[in-house]
Design a protein around this ligand. Structure first.
Ligand SMILES: CC(=O)N[C@H]1[C@@H](OP(=O)(O)OP(=O)(O)OC[C@H]2O[C@@H](n3ccc(=O)[nH]c3=O)[C@H](O)[C@@H]2O)O[C@H](CO)[C@@H](O)[C@@H]1O
Ligand SMILES: C=C(OP(=O)(O)O)C(=O)O
Length: 514
């Protein structure tokens, strides 16, 4: 919203609606927001109704209290989308490489004294954030002329005191610096990690996993203070308390340069972990058990190789694109889908009545990941009999679960979606009700979606979580009429040129700023 709009009643009402949406996204009551603002609950109620005059200073405080930019002071404010939906898409679209492997591999490059070239890297904000941090500590990172191949050279001495704390605090993945850095310094500090608003995400499993490498971490005043005492034993077995992706990666990164054998049990075998193992193998690290939950790592204290690694295709992007086609009743083909990492998703969709065909499989450029082109056709969908829930790979991908809420809204009957993983992700799916869906939050982890939905257009503020944000956008593609999705910058954290690619398939999406 621009300042010129401010004096009108209409503008006050719109600001009120923005405040209400942002407050709900943050999971705050009016009373809790009032406490943050040192005002009364009734004043917050008046603001949300648009009947309270606001000063610029107060608007600034509101934005800070809600961690959401409600107004912009200049021409380059947050981006919004105008989406005119209700018509099918067509054609083909190719899946890009994954955010999650990219961030792991950027952290892994810290291990290599030689040159690392990562190919097919998605140009997304999450990658830029890690690159900002890497550059701030002295790593040279150069894109090729086409902007998708990235060459990284790590200096002999890292400038750990120069770390870009702002960039570091904006990405949770910075925690994967711990594994590589424990080989580089006996003490170091790392700013705390951030990310989407998905509720509390523990870092304790990382601390437990890295302890056998002699790493001790204290959290203090917004940063981790790490001291390294070297591994206590020649060989070690690490049993992960959670089968998490980044914790498995951190253990691999620590083990890669540690002498002896490290056995990691209850390891994630998910796609990004496999990408990381393949890269480490190119560096000369011995790894047995790729694709299983027990990884045996034969570390080498010095890793020095000039390597090229091509990151594989993103199963979550593939699911997003498939969902775009499904909810718009389209016939379209998603090329280069990593089908091994979508097998349960496709099996559930088949149970729901989706008609689709897979091309013969072929290998990704990493020589390992199985890909296929998936062609979907307009289908009469019905709710699955059982609940839809995620599991660590080879289960249904945790990040793909939100897309089932949009798909379930399209299907006849009631679908129970159980997100046991995140405390605060399912709640964002209730925004689908703004577009006409019947989505009931049974508790913070379970939503009941009853379809089919007669989607209707609406103006919605983007939820502060990547996948739910994309879910709302995809529902807007299904809704007849023109919808507005406000503050969509979060989508660029994990998707490259998503709108442009949807437009190429026939979507009507316009990006605008206030
Ligand atoms: C950069 C990256 O790769 N991010 C992915 C990674 O994050 P990441 O590895 O950081 O995920 P977390 O460690 O935060 O785990 C996510 C949540 O799952 C819970 N949990 C996880 C495993 C388990 O066995 N039990 C359990 O309860 C955790 O407590 C946490 O609440 O994995 C998540 C779960 O697949 C994905 O959503 C993220 O996209
Ligand atoms: C939760 C996600 O990722 P991150 O771990 O980067 O927050 C995601 O990709 O949906």
């Amino acid at each position: 919203m621009t300042l010129t709009d401010l004096p009108t009643d209409d503008a006050m009402r719109r600001i009120g609606a923005l405040v209400r949406d942002a407050r709900r996204h943050r999971g705050l009551t009016q009373q809790q927001l009032a406490e943050r603002l040192a005002t009364s609950q009734s004043a917050v109620a008046r603001i949300e109704q648009g009947s309270q005059n606001l000063t610029l200073e107060f608007l600034g405080r509101l934005s800070a209290a809600l961690d959401s930019e409600l107004i912009s002071l200049g021409p380059a404010g947050p981006a919004h989308l105008r989406v005119t939906g209700g018509h099918p898409l067509r054609g083909r679209v190719a899946v890009k490489s994954s955010k999650n492997a990219a961030v792991a591999l950027l952290c892994a490059a810290l291990l290599n004294r030689g040159r690392t070239t990562l190919r097919n890297v998605s140009r997304i904000v999450e990658v830029e954030r890690i690159l900002d941090v890497l550059r701030s500590i002295g790593v040279a990172a150069t894109w090729d002329e086409h902007g998708h191949d990235l060459t990284l050279v790590v200096p002999d001495e890292l400038d750990l005191d120069g770390v870009d704390a702002d960039a570091a605090r904006r990405t949770r993945s910075i925690i994967m610096f711990l594994g590589p850095l424990l080989h580089r310094a006996r003490t170091f500090r790392l700013p705390y990690a951030g990310g989407c608003d998905l509720g509390t995400r523990t870092v304790q499993p990382h601390m437990i996993a890295l302890r056998p490498f002699g790493l001790d971490v204290e959290a203090h005043a917004g940063e981790y203070r790490a001291t390294v005492d070297g591994p206590a034993a020649a060989d070690r077995t690490i049993v992960l308390t959670e089968r998490g992706d980044t914790v498995t990666e951190n253990a691999l990164l620590a083990a890669a340069r540690t002498n002896g054998t490290t056995t990691i049990r209850n390891a994630s075998s998910n796609y990004m972990v496999q990408d990381l193992c393949l890269y480490l193998q190119l560096l000369g690290v011995g790894i047995e058990g790729l694709g299983t939950t027990t990884l045996v790592v034969h570390g080498r204290p010095v890793l020095e190789a000039d390597v090229d690694y091509t990151i594989s295709e993103d199963p979550v992007e593939a699911m997003s694109l498939l969902t775009a086609g499904i909810v718009t009743g389209s016939e379209l083909t998603v090329d280069r889908a990593p089908v091994e990492f979508l097998q349960v998703e496709l099996a559930v969709l088949a149970e729901m009545g989706l008609r689709f065909e897979l091309s013969p499989e072929y290998l990704a450029a990493n020589g390992h990941t199985r890909l296929a082109d998936v062609t979907i056709r307009p289908s009469e969908l019905h709710a699955p009999i059982d609940k839809v829930h995620p599991m660590p790979f080879p289960g249904l991908n945790i990040d793909n679960l939100p897309f089932f809420a949009v798909i379930a809204a399209q299907a006849q009957g009631a679908t129970l979606i159980h997100d046991w993983v995140y405390d605060n992700r399912a709640i964002h799916l209730s925004d689908l009700t703004r577009l006409g869906a019947d989505v009931r939050l049974l508790d913070p982890h379970r939503v009941l979606v009853t379809g089919p939905t007669r989607w209707s257009s609406a103006e919605v503020v983007c939820p502060p979580a990547l996948r739910p944000a994309v879910c709302i956008l995809l529902a807007m593609l299904a809704a007849k009429g023109t919808s507005v999705l406000r503050n969509v910058d979060i989508i660029a954290r994990g998707y490259e040129q998503l709108y442009e690619r949807l437009v190429e398939m026939g979507a009507d999406i316009e990006v605008f700023r206030d």
